[in-house]
Design a protein around this ligand. Sequence first.
Ligand SMILES: [Zn+2]
Length: 68
Amino acid sequence: MDATEAIRNAHEWFEVNSGWAPPDEDELAEWLADGVCRCPDDCLVRPDGWCLHGLASWSLILGALDED
Ligand SMILES: [Zn+2]
């Protein structure tokens, strides 16, 4: 598993799950200030990590979108 794969997993997860929403900027900034992040399924992870379920953190997901 690497970040690219975790991000891909998250996008697949988005397609089969509803009710999720990306964090707003303030929320994300608060997590990062604490040295943590959340995944789309609410797991607590490192900002550059992914959860046991293979989903990338929002920080990774949103960062990848910015690169496009
Ligand atoms: Zn998870």
